[in-house]
Design a protein around this ligand. Structure first.
Ligand code: SF4
Length: 75
């Protein structure tokens, strides 16, 4: 048997701009695995803009690469 995965959905707001859209942040064992627009939020109604989507994708990508990323210049 594999290690148990602790899955959660954290309801929060995006702070990238002043829109403060609602977000559902999905985590597994404390790591963000998916970010969605919060369906019941009156501002964005389940949507997420490209600026926020790219931001979270970039964060996940750099988290996966970690210290093996060449952009860290071997630090
Ligand atoms: S999801 Fe986009 S529009 Fe909404 S607060 Fe974040 S950056 Fe602004």
């Amino acid at each position: 048997m594999g290690e148990a995965v602790n899955s959660r959905v954290v309801k929060t707001v995006c702070r990238i701009c002043s829109g403060e859209c609602g977000l559902d942040v999905h985590t597994e064992s404390g790591k963000i695995v998916k970010v969605e627009g919060m369906k019941e939020h009156p501002v964005n109604r389940g949507e997420i803009c490209p600026k926020a989507a790219i931001n979270f994708l970039f964060r996940r990508f750099t988290d996966v690469l970690g210290k093996t990323c060449l952009c860290h210049h071997g630090e």
